[in-house]
Design a protein around this ligand. Structure first.
Ligand SMILES: Cc1cc2nc3c(=O)[nH]c(=O)nc-3n(C[C@H](O)[C@H](O)[C@H](O)COP(=O)(O)O)c2cc1C
Length: 321
């Protein structure tokens, strides 16, 4: 049986180093992603801010930008930093991104994206992938995407992540663009059939084990974003059912491990909000969820001192919140 590939979707404000460290406690096998970072921002701060920890592998960095030469400059540093793959964002429909002429609007410029792929391939030995949409605005014809994949794969991109809906470039917010227009898994599968030699990963709206099992068979893997962020314990299901791990479902162990990480980070000056906001979903849809969130907010506002570990443990384990 070939190993199924499950990817954490890149999410700005979410898939930062703290969240990835939390995720690694829950899953050894899921492939991690950074948040999207523009080439300019990476070249400005990347070397220091985009250090990865050994335990984060396998991990892909997602870059966004327009200038192929800047991708080339970033790629060299990214390889030195130890990332496993470089992903190009061709799916983001935000106004800011469109203004910078990158993200989803580059679906209209496959030759230009092919040039970006070539520059990356020429400057490092890392695999290059692209995350994109099925098309633009309300046009459901797949020819634009087919031509895009044909040209960029000829330049050396071998893996495509398909957020299985179009990107609407005008008139709706980035947030709404994650829920509308409708998902079209059948059309995504047509792309897999058309390009059987390429790795095609399905993304968008996947929330159940049945979907993961079904679609990771039909495609070369699945990518999951919001479900994992909202309900991180779901990852233990994925580990046990997809990767045959035998992990224990004990939140105490998970929390203890994360606290060890958090304390080290606090000593390095990390902000408690950024450290603990990722834990809000730990008790997702349980009776304890509301109290848990209240408790985390008290930590964030420093009304509880988490440096007093025994106190923290007592509060959690005996649920005295
Ligand atoms: C808060 C948030 C931030 C996101 N940031 C990015 C990003 O940086 N790059 C990207 O390609 N997609 C981004 N996305 C889109 C996700 O990667 C994914 O394609 C989308 O949420 C659909 O998958 P899901 O239904 O499993 O969440 C973001 C989504 C959310 C909810």
């Amino acid at each position: 049986m070939t190993k199924k590939r499950i990817y954490l979707a890149p999410m700005v404000g979410r898939t930062d180093q703290h969240f990835r460290s939390f995720i690694r406690i829950l899953s050894k096998n899921i492939h991690l992603y950074t948040e999207m970072i523009t080439c300019d921002a990476f070249l400005h701060t990347g070397r220091s801010e985009y250090k990865i920890n050994n335990y984060e592998h396998p991990i892909t960095i997602q870059l966004a930008g327009f200038d192929p030469k800047k991708f080339m400059q970033c790629s060299k540093i990214i390889e030195e930093q130890g990332f496993n793959e470089i992903n190009i964002n061709i799916g983001c429909p935000s106004n800011k991104v469109i203004k910078g002429q990158f993200g989803a609007c580059l679906m209209n410029h496959p030759e230009h994206v092919a040039e970006i792929v070539t520059e990356i391939k020429n400057s490092c030995s890392l695999p290059v992938s692209i995350k994109t949409r099925l098309g633009l605005d309300y046009d459901e014809n797949l020819d634009l995407l087919k031509d895009f994949i044909y040209k960029t794969s000829n330049a050396g991109c071998t893996r495509f992540f398909l957020h299985a809906r179009n990107a609407i470039l005008k008139g709706i917010s980035t947030k709404k663009n994650r829920n509308i227009p409708a998902l079209r898994y059948d059309d995504a599968f047509k792309i897999k059939t058309e390009f059987p030699h390429l790795s095609i990963i399905l993304n968008g709206g996947i929330t159940t084990m049945d979907e993961i099992i079904n679609y990771s068979d039909l495609f070369d893997g699945v990518m999951i974003g919001r479900k994992i962020y909202d309900d991180p314990m779901f990852l233990l299901n994925i580990e046990n059912k997809i990767f045959n791990s035998s992990l224990i479902y004990d939140k105490r162990i998970i929390l203890k491990k994360y606290l060890e990480y958090a304390l080290t980070q606090i000593n390095l000056g990390a902000n408690k909000y950024f450290l603990f906001k990722h834990l809000f979903g730990l008790y997702y849809k349980t009776d304890f969820s509301k109290k848990w969130k209240k408790f985390l907010n008290m930590i964030i506002r420093e009304e509880i001192n988490i440096l007093r570990m025994p106190f923290f443990e007592e509060m959690i384990y005996e649920k005295k919140i």
